[in-house]
Design a binder for this molecule. Structure first.
Ligand SMILES: [Zn+2]
Length: 365
């Protein structure tokens, strides 16, 4: 109590001495950003310290995420605390609700108000949500920065070349390039990759975080063959999604996965066999069904991928690249699939499906 009294006297004496018309000598509301604690991939904790002459009643973290948006979005989160003239508080971003990829950039600042209605804000700060559980090396080309921690420089160079090659091939096949710098994280194994995800699926080998221009993938340096295919597959998703991004841009799954499979190279016999078998048994899935998410049933999922590849290959072989460019452009601006197909290929979805089924039948006889 004695201490509090002493401070009060000193403050009063001070303002009497200065005689200033501006009330600046009285203590003002002050907020200090005391930093961020990142625990990849599960949470980010933002902390703030506030002092003021009146009880602090409100402390909000405001932030934006550096990703593709239809409009800039500022999100606000409330820190929980008892009103007081001295507050140390925090807000924790729990990634189980909305997760971020490695390397995501967040710009944040604190907005603080006291009981008298005075408001102060801290200066904006940008932080990166890095996966610092590993010692990353990096290597860059014009379009891509690749991060890796297992394997040598040669391995990284090969991976980077695959990305650059994929970008060139896609520019020709899909008619699009990503206009942002792409960040590719090569984890040392599929298990390491799953450890970087909040809700990993058992089979996840790679992920394209298309809104962030980030690909994360698990590639052991001794499994280049698989790595090449997986990387080309995910790069395709990234480029296609970025190219068709917009308020309308919904791309049918069979086109999305068909293009990604086509980029991988020759399909494995598993896909070819299941496609041929299902065609002979008349058990193919309709393309309308494949517009939506694929079945979680393993056999049906394999067939869905195999069919998607087969249809997309057919479209390129028969019609060349131009109609695909046009189709993606039309879908991006919101033209319905049947109309977009009609305008680019001269047939609606049923027409395309009938033509493809006939060509497939002929090929497997
Ligand atoms: Zn895919």
């Amino acid at each position: 109590m004695r201490k509090a009294g002493l401070i009060l006297v000193l403050v009063l004496g001070c303002s009497a001495l200065m005689m200033s018309p501006v009330a600046s000598a009285s203590p003002s509301l002050q907020a200090t950003d005391t930093g961020v604690v990142a625990s990849f991939p599960t949470s980010l904790e933002f902390t703030v310290s506030v002092e003021g002459p009146e009880p602090v009643t409100d402390a909000r973290l405001r932030y934006t995420i550096n990703k593709m948006n239809h409009a800039p979005v500022v999100t606000e989160a409330w820190a929980d605390f008892e009103p007081s003239t001295s507050v140390d508080t925090s807000w924790t971003w729990d990634m189980r609700r909305s997760s971020l990829p490695p390397g995501a950039e967040i710009t944040y600042w604190w907005w603080v108000r006291d009981a008298g209605g005075t408001v102060v804000e801290t200066a904006p700060v940008t932080v990166r949500f890095d996966d610092d559980r590993y010692d990353w090396n990096s290597i860059s080309s014009d379009d891509v920065t690749l991060y890796w921690y297992r394997g040598g420089q040669d391995f990284a160079r090969i991976m980077l070349d695959i990305c650059d090659e994929a970008i060139e091939t896609l520019a020709a096949d899909v008619g699009a390039r990503v206009d942002r710098h792409i960040h590719v994280y090569i984890y040392g194994s599929a298990a390491d990759l799953r450890g970087a995800m909040v809700y990993p699926q058992e089979w996840t080998g790679g992920v394209a975080y298309t809104h962030y221009a980030v690909v994360a993938i698990g590639i052991p340096p001794d499994d280049l063959r698989w790595g090449r295919r997986a990387l080309r597959h995910e790069m395709t998703h990234l480029v296609v999604h970025t190219a068709t991004f917009g308020p309308f841009g919904i791309i049918p799954t069979w086109i999305d996965e068909g293009l990604a499979m086509r980029m991988e190279g020759e399909p494995s016999p598993t896909f070819v066999n299941i496609l041929h078998h299902s065609a002979r048994q008349d058990e193919l899935i309709s393309l309308r069904t494949l517009n939506g998410p694929f079945s979680s049933d393993t056999t049906k999922a394999y067939l869905s991928y195999a069919q998607s590849l087969s249809v997309v290959d057919h479209l390129f072989e028969v019609y060349g690249r131009d109609p695909m460019h046009q189709l993606l452009e039309l879908l991006t601006v919101g033209v319905k699939l049947d109309d977009a197909l009609e305008q680019s290929y001269g047939k609606d979805l049923d027409g395309i499906e009938a033509e493809w089924r006939a060509a497939l039948k002929e090929r497997i006889q």
